[in-house]
Design a protein around this ligand. Structure first.
Ligand SMILES: [Zn+2]
Length: 315
């Protein structure tokens, strides 16, 4: 995240530099600003200390005249009064990130979402996968698919409330929308300001393997801690990786720790449940699937093929 105090300070410095440069070019501008400043102080003194309203009004008029002169001078030189205002990225909150104490600016919320997205490890293309553009009409049983989508939306809500009691295991062949569905859930979870880590199983295990031999144990522990505690962990394409005892053991430990903390996960796999069981042993599969709802995404053909066929049929 941006350090907003530093950013604001830098912008204020840049603004002062611009003013100093304008004074070098236009000494008259500096004189006008000094006069305006002095008269402002005199006006405050006349009003507050001396309660002299006539003097106050006279000074007010003089200030307005000087400001008009300054306005003309600025205009003649291609400048405006914006010279005196730092160039904020967000004029609403002047880059503070909040509008008033306790009220966050939308720019801050956007920045936080962006930050959450970047940390999630999702690819740029995955941003476009949403519930809205998930097309259940391609599925064998449309009504059933709509129920599944409803469950997924509810899952997102529960994650927001911190009370998701189940996890999700998605199976189905290549091109059956598993990635779309898990990314749609992940995007909605991020949108709520929750944290997500999204990894392909092979990459996740490679990471754990690499870190295992890493000298820096602290780094390893930090990474594991994030995997254990993020609001949603998505492991994509389980079963495509080389499985070793170490990998399986790490997976089970990770899922058990998340289950224990009531932190949900999604696993997607091209393998069927039976194939998972034979790849990971009964006991392991049991422990993996202990808390999971199983969704099998079935179509007669892949979404890509169905779409291509529809395009053909238009001609
Ligand atoms: Zn703002």
């Amino acid at each position: 995240m941006i350090n907003r105090d530093q950013l604001r300070l830098r912008k204020q410095q840049q603004c002062e530099e611009r003013i100093a440069e304008a004074y070098r070019q236009l000494p008259m501008l500096q004189q006008l600003d000094q006069s305006i400043g002095q008269k402002n102080i005199a006006m405050i003194r006349a009003g507050v200390l001396q309660k002299n309203q006539t003097e106050q009004e006279k000074l007010q008029q003089e200030i307005e005249m000087l400001m008009e002169q300054r306005h003309q001078l600025l205009t003649q030189n291609g400048l405006t009064e914006q010279l005196y205002e730092p160039q904020w990225d967000c004029p609403v909150c002047k880059d503070r990130g909040y509008i008033e104490p306790g009220v966050l600016c939308s720019c801050y919320q956007r920045e936080r979402l962006e930050d959450l997205f970047l940390r999630s490890g999702m690819s740029e293309a995955m941003r476009n996968f949403t519930f809205a553009n998930f097309e259940s009409r391609y599925y064998k049983n449309v009504e059933d698919m709509n129920h599944k989508l409803e469950w997924c939306r509810e899952f997102v809500k529960q994650i927001k409330q911190g009370n998701a009691s189940q996890c999700l295991f998605l199976t189905g062949g290549v091109g059956r929308g598993k990635t779309h569905l898990s990314a749609a859930i992940a995007n909605a979870v991020l949108e709520n300001g929750n944290t997500v880590i999204y990894r392909r199983a092979a990459d996740l295990f490679e990471l754990i393997r690499q870190y295992r031999f890493e000298e820096n144990r602290q780094k390893f522990e930090e990474m594991l801690e994030q995997l254990r505690t993020c609001d949603l962990l998505v492991i994509d394409d389980l079963g495509a990786e080389r499985t070793t005892e170490f990998v399986v053991e790490q997976l089970v430990i990770l899922l058990e720790e998340r289950n224990y903390r009531n932190k949900p996960w999604i696993i997607s796999s091209n393998l069927s449940i039976n194939e998972i069981i034979s790849a990971y042993s009964d006991r392991t599969a049991d422990r993996i699937l202990d808390k999971a709802v199983l969704f099998r995404l079935e179509m007669t053909e892949s979404v890509r093929l169905a779409k291509a066929r529809e395009r053909m049929e238009q001609f």
